[in-house]
Design a protein. Structure first.
Length: 392
């Protein structure tokens, strides 16, 4: 038989299709099931606007809110004087005896509420930064924004020390106006410098992170210099912000964070459509009608404002803005860190850290230490995972 005849005969024979192995079929079916669960949506209409909200995201939000409510009640119920869970709930709803009312509403609720607000602000700020840079490492504390806000707050504390303030928590106008303004100015200047230094016909996530790490190190050196030049009382007071402590926080610290969330949250959620477009890249976003520079600047201002006001209230809580958006992303299965889920999970993490520092541990430590213990291993894992992807 000639080679031509052999080729014609082989072409006429039916080809048996090889089925995929059973484990591969199971993995494919599992991926499809996860994709369907992540993309199933329900329409929601608010006035003239309508949205498609993923069902999986709604479920995550409901469960996270329930967990946050339990942690909140436990945080205000437990302490040096433990109050029963039922009595705590009754007191929070307006009942309870005078003793329980004083302990819960006067002493504990302000601190726990500050923890909740700061966690929500940091979670939202981290989600915006990571979406803006399209990089899971891009959080305010990695990019140097938190360090810039800390430098601004420490500078004001040291400067105000010459006018009689020092050695304690900032109160009054200094806390409600001075520290948030100084922290926002420091964070905004850092963010603008970071944006300008990182711009090369667009923003590259890797370059942004590397420049941010360098700027953060330089700003920490400035903070150390300010502490060396300050009076011992002012240096001790400034150390509060650098440790990330929730201890003895009152409504003076919570009010600026609440106002920032009221003003900036609507802006952040209004930007959702633009955030989705930015996930496709700069050119695709322009093609979809997004004004790239203006949108990126607005995202940056909102993220910096939320991170800076949080720093002014409790100091730099390490890794909250880094870990929470990525956890929310994996829970919801979306294409970018979810904003609302990140806010709720941020509150869960910070309120939980406050509960651990006050009740679980036998000795008092700043809440920033607990968040660092949670976040540092995740950062190491994320770096190792990114390195494997690059070298693969």
């Amino acid at each position: 038989m000639s080679p031509l005849e052999d080729l014609e005969e082989s072409a006429d024979r039916p080809v048996a299709l090889r089925e995929a192995p059973a484990p591969e079929q199971a993995r494919t079916a599992s991926r499809l099931a996860r994709l369907r669960s992540a993309t199933a949506t329900v329409p929601v209409r608010v006035g003239p606007a309508s949205f498609l909200v993923p069902l999986r995201t709604i479920g995550v939000v409901v469960v996270a809110l329930a967990l946050l409510a339990v942690l909140y009640v436990l945080d205000v119920a437990l302490g040096e004087v433990d109050i029963p869970f039922g009595t705590t709930v009754t007191t929070l709803l307006g009942g309870g005896d005078p003793g329980s009312t004083f302990i819960i509403n006067t002493l504990r609720v302000p601190q726990t509420t500050v923890a909740l607000l700061v966690g929500a602000a940091l979670g939202l700020s981290g989600a915006l930064c990571q979406t803006f840079a399209r990089n899971p490492l891009a959080s305010p504390d990695i990019l140097g924004v938190t360090q810039g806000a800390s430098a601004g707050a420490v500078f004001l504390i040291v400067l105000a020390g010459g006018n009689g303030y020092g050695g304690g928590l900032a109160t009054g106008v200094l806390q409600t106006v001075g520290l948030p303004t100084a922290a926002f100015a420091g964070g905004l200047v850092t963010a603008i410098a970071l944006y300008l230094l990182s711009w090369r016909r667009g923003i590259d996530g890797q370059r942004l992170v590397l420049i941010g790490i360098g700027m953060g190190a330089a700003l920490l050196a400035i903070v150390d210099w300010l502490l060396v030049r300050a009076r011992i009382q002012d240096a001790a007071s400034a150390q509060i912000w650098l440790n990330g402590s929730l201890n003895a926080r009152t409504w003076d610290q919570g009010l600026p964070v609440a106002l920032a969330l009221v003003v900036l949250c609507p802006v952040a959620f209004w930007l959702v459509r633009h955030l989705n477009a930015l996930q496709l890249g700069d050119d695709a976003a322009r093609g979809l009608g997004v004004r790239l520079q203006g949108t990126q600047l607005l995202i940056l201002v909102v993220a910096v404002g939320l991170a800076s006001v949080s720093v002014s209230a409790v100091g730099p809580l390490a890794f909250v803005a880094l870990v929470v958006p990525q956890v929310g992303l994996r829970l919801t299965g979306g294409s970018r860190p979810p904003l609302l889920v990140s806010m709720v999970l941020g509150g869960v993490l910070v309120v939980g850290a406050d509960l651990v520092t006050r009740v679980v541990l036998p000795f008092a430590v700043p809440a920033g230490v607990v968040t660092a213990v949670v976040g540092a291993p995740y950062l190491i894992w994320l770096l190792v995972r990114s390195n494997r992807k690059v070298t693969a």
